[in-house]
Write a new protein. Sequence first.
Length: 97
Amino acid sequence: MATDPKRIELRLDADPSFAAAAGGAVRYLAEAAGMPEELCREFQEATVRACLEAFESHSVHAHVVELYRFDDRLEVVVDSNAGSAAIRLARPVGSRD
């Protein structure tokens, strides 16, 4: 039976240190979900890159980063309020039997 995802919303100024903070949050969620160390680090780095790309390409001052924890995956949506320009990342997580 599928359950509703757990959602965290971050509102960030276009500052590289905030991109790193979003990456840290994703790393924590990935580790807590039981993802292997290498995948946790890769997902963290991909999130930081996505945030920096959004900061550079969108002229808004505040950016929205949404983190979702589903039963089978983690998702990150950077600038979800940008419609089709939003950056979406997803990684599967192992089952917890």
